[in-house]
Design a protein around this ligand. Structure first.
Ligand code: GLU
Length: 257
């Protein structure tokens, strides 16, 4: 299987913005094992701004663009250093790809991105992709990594997109303040009723929420690719997915796409 896994800031870091070492170690171990089992894995990883904020001891996400971009420049470095160290333990080589919306919209850049990603996979190297936050402004940015994950999954013609979140999946109500909220196992299309279930809340350092996840679902479902939202706080959920067990919320891609 060719799988794109999107890892959110809340999965990688503590609320302080500092790295959640135990989580990252577990996650890299499971992903390495998925690769050892013969799967092709592409990561879309957030965390650049969050880790930059942590490293600068800022305690909260800056609001102005230059500071955000500076935090991203600092944090992206830290992020890749961390992944390189972890994946090296299991003999896996990684590569960094940074993109903006403009690169995706430009046919030549997009084709280069596509070719590089394919060649990396042929070389058995795992691409780790993030938005190029140091140059992206509103006009040219994708804006969130759920959407970027969906674009990558579509470009890579992946079999599956997995969004690792701080929540188990899509619920009938916000489970943080509603005890009766039920987890939806399967979603076949993004109807207005489903869209209504997406609150707007995410964690403090994160960018996305359920709205961006449903947006990602629309993109990949249309392309015939399944998507799963599952809880990244339990990296072993990835094993359950590989074993074909029911976990999180699965969005079923259009079969005749
Ligand atoms: N590109 C941002 C970062 O690395 C995250 C965007 C997102 O999480 O959606 O901090």
């Amino acid at each position: 299987m060719r799988i794109v896994i999107k890892i959110g800031t809340s999965t990688l870091t503590h609320k302080t913005g500092r790295i959640n070492i135990r989580r990252v170690e577990e996650l890299c171990k499971v992903i390495s094992d998925m690769k050892n089992a013969g799967n092709e894995v592409i990561l879309v990883s957030s965390g650049a701004i969050g880790m930059g904020v942590g490293k600068l001891n800022m305690h909260e996400k800056p609001q102005d663009i230059p500071t955000k971009q500076a935090a991203a420049a600092i944090g992206q470095c830290e992020l890749m250093y961390l992944y390189d160290k972890q994946f090296m333990n299991y003999n896996h080589t990684i590569a960094q790809i940074l993109l903006t919306g403009r690169d995706i919209d430009d046919p030549i850049s997009n084709e280069n991105f596509h070719n590089t990603m394919n060649r990396l996979l042929e070389l058995d190297v795992m691409p780790i992709i993030n938005e190029n936050d140091t140059v992206a402004t509103d006009e040219i940015s994708v804006g969130d990594n759920d959407t970027l994950g969906a674009i990558v999954a579509k470009t890579a013609e992946a079999d599956l997109l997995v969004l690792l979140s701080d929540i188990d999946g899509l619920y009938t109500a916000d489970p943080r303040d509603n005890e009766d909220a039920q987890l939806l196992d399967l979603v076949f299309s993004i109807t207005p009723e489903i869209e209504k279930l997406a609150g707007t809340k995410g964690s403090e350092l994160a960018t996305g929420g359920m709205v961006t996840k449903l947006n990602a679902a629309k993109i990949v479902m249309e392309a015939g690719i399944d998507m799963i939202i599952t809880n990244g706080t339990k990296p072993s959920n990835l094993y359950h997915i590989m074993d074909g067990e029911k976990i999180g919320t699965r969005f079923i891609g259009r079969k005749n796409a």
